[in-house]
Design a protein around this ligand. Sequence first.
Ligand code: HPA
Length: 247
Amino acid sequence: MSSIDLAVIGGTGLYKLAELQDIETVQPSTRFGEPSGPVRIGTMAGHRVAFLARHGEGHSVPPHKVNYRANLAALQDLGTSRVLALNTVGGITERFGPRVLACPDQLIDYTWGRISTLCEEPGSEVLHVDFGEPYTRSLREVVLAAAARAGVALVDGGCYGATQGPRLETRAEIARMRRDGCDLVGMTGMPEAGLARELGLDYACLAIVANWAAGAGPDPDEVITLQDVLDNVTAASAGLPTLLEAL
Ligand code: HPA
């Protein structure tokens, strides 16, 4: 199998890459079990690109049940060393309102009970990977440069807080996350980023802000609906094809 230049993992509301040409579909099985669904491999701007829907193409896998290890291992086994994660998130601080695209540079993990390491099985090598900079700087720089070339607004930096879900957060939880220094909140950023580091993959996050997190927007009583989330993801994703082509 010839190598893949970039793998893209799609989040909520992002179940395929319409720009992929000549698609070949594979159903990988990995040493960690089955990934969330098929991997679609195709061509984009002359490069081989793989796409995997994190929650399955029918959005049937909730954040805490995603087999993050199998998803990443499947992409690595297919020959990719670079993963761009698309994550739908809520915005907490001023720069991260609905429909903003951001490339965060830090994260805080609030998830629990997920398999978060490769060192799970007895006898597996114990890894203590450096994670001070959780996203791969060189890949982030390439993504930011591609956005600039494509004329797509992309906020450089921000701290992603990964929560357990699948429920959304309370206002008090978001207030605490703001005090902790989080700019964005999502349910799938971890353990994915940590596992990518353990696997030796280059990994960056392109966060799509779908809503103000609970109590973070101008209307503190606002109720977040799935329809608003999906509408904002669709609107915010308008620039994605151009950005990915440039990337
Ligand atoms: N919280 C957590 N995850 C999310 C949100 C949110 O407000 N919006 C989209 N994904």
